[in-house]
Write a protein that binds this ligand. Structure first.
Ligand code: HEM
Length: 435
């Protein structure tokens, strides 16, 4: 069989894992031939995300959802969530996120101080996503089960996995109890995705979701958004701290669009905050939190346009971050420049019919795009509009009160050993604008 050539390595079994782990961007840049398309648009019969992610996700999300079900069921579940995150609901979330952010930031009450921006964003994202402090500790334990080692082994008897299992059961009951309470009392929150899933969704078979499925989808959503959005926000603030002149520019933009820095943030006004949007986009171009997109090959798979065959049971993966920071597509690609997006969109809109909704990201389903922080194809993220609403609202609220500088003037390096690419020592110094 004509297998693709192996990357040369010295140590048997471990192969290139160590060189790749230390600097995956360099590793893949050196051998980026296959392209993102092979992975994102692989046929279902050839390569499976379920097989690649199941051992990591099923103990955390629970049974009957996402990678524990046939891909066609996942596709239905994704449609339910997408419909639950309607524009109408997103509209209602903005004042909630603004209020949670203000409450959280009221703790930063000194004139100036040093803070860990990644820790702060992790707290703010779970607070704003769940709007409920009660789930935070359970969430922390559940999250402990989200470790790279669980990609490889099904269910090691690790203390973190025991805590994960307990936390999973608590979270499931937490959601099921709320549903039961709402049914008993008739009290319903109409903007709430959980309510939408419980009452408005039916599989093609005609069956509604069980309470357990709803609870597990809720856990999956919180997990899917937590590290992705918190690391993105942390990197965005670090880039701002590195380019502090942007704080004034952001405030100017708000005054221009909203009239003042006291005006309430709304869906429509937030949509027009182009610089805010482009800061998030540029951060995602340079620091997409999910680096490796992985599929397990489920039958021998020929690489299109070649005679190479990838054997069954091998894993294929791509890192879209490589094309995203390639000079072939972006001038001075390594440089953080939120202004580059204006021209980029003008040039690319006519080639990419799928590019829509510019105010909250740039939704493109095309795997041909060089920037794919939310993936492409059948497994593409459905959380992008929510993530943009959440991060832009936090950003817009934050800059009204604070300026940031890098602590010790050093831009943090990437930690590639964690599930998401996190900043090492992400310390910033804040100063209140009114001081
Ligand atoms: C899938 C990134 C936020 C829910 C994905 C994928 C990526 C991604 C790259 C594709 C994975 C693959 O192909 O293997 C991100 C980023 C986010 C974010 C960068 C924030 C900045 C969210 C949020 C939610 C969410 C807030 C939930 C509300 C999902 C779901 C999938 C997905 C359900 C589909 C999984 C599948 O079909 O296999 N995300 N995500 N994500 N994401 Fe997100």
């Amino acid at each position: 069989q004509n297998e693709p050539p192996l990357v040369p390595y010295w140590i048997p079994f471990i192969g290139s894992a160590i060189t790749m782990g230390i600097d995956p961007i360099k590793f893949y840049r050196d051998r980026q031939k296959e392209g993102n398309n092979l992975v994102f648009n692989a046929k279902l019969a050839d390569a499976s995300a379920e097989e690649a992610y199941r051992s990591l996700t099923v103990p955390v999300f629970g049974k009957g959802v996402v990678y524990d079900v046939h891909n066609s069921v996942l596709m239905e579940q994704k449609k339910f969530v997408k419909a639950g995150l309607s524009v109408e609901n997103l509209r209602a979330y903005i004042p909630m996120i603004e209020m949670e952010t203000k409450n959280y930031l009221s703790r930063w009450n000194k004139k100036s101080d040093v803070q860990d921006i990644h820790k702060a964003m992790a707290e703010l994202i779970i607070l704003t996503a769940s709007r409920c402090l009660l789930v935070a500790q359970i969430f922390h334990d559940l999250d402990g089960g989200f470790k790279p080692i669980n990609f490889l082994f099904d269910d090691l008897p690790l203390p973190s996995n025991r805590l994960r299992d307990k936390a999973h059961v608590k979270m499931r009951h937490f959601f099921i109890d709320i549903m039961k309470h709402r049914r008993d009392t008739g009290k319903v929150d109409s903007t709430d995705v959980m309510q939408y899933l419980a009452t408005n969704c039916q599989y093609k078979s005609g069956r509604s979701l069980t309470d357990m499925e709803v609870a597990h989808i809720m856990i999956a959503m919180l997990m899917a958004g937590q590290h992705t959005s918190s690391t993105t926000s942390a990197w965005a603030f670090l880039y701002l701290a590195w380019n502090p002149e942007l704080f004034d520019k952001l405030r100017q933009e708000q005054i221009e669009i909203l009239g003042s820095l006291d005006a309430p943030l709304t869906y429509d006004s937030l949509k027009q905050l182009t610089l805010h949007n482009n800061i998030v986009r540029e951060t995602l171009r340079l620091r997409p939190p999910i680096l490796h997109i992985i599929r397990k090959v489920v039958r021998d798979m020929t690489i299109p346009g070649t005679t190479y065959v990838i054997p069954k049971d091998a894993y294929v993966q791509c890192i879209p971050a490589i094309t995203a920071r390639s000079d072939e597509f972006f001038e001075n690609a390594e440089e953080f420049n939120p202004y580059r997006w204006k021209d980029y969109d003008l040039q690319n809109k006519e080639h990419d019919d799928d590019l829509v909704d510019y105010g909250f990201g740039a939704l493109s389903a095309s795997a041909r795009s060089p920037v794919l922080p939310f993936g492409a194809g059948r497994h593409r993220c459905i959380g992008e509009p929510f993530a943009y609403v959440q991060i832009k609202t936090i950003l817009a609220t934050f800059v009204r009160t604070f300026n940031l500088e890098l602590h010790n003037n050093k831009f943090p390096e990437c930690d590639f050993t964690t599930m998401m690419v996190q900043p090492k020592h992400p310390m910033v110094k804040y100063t209140r604008v009114d001081c």
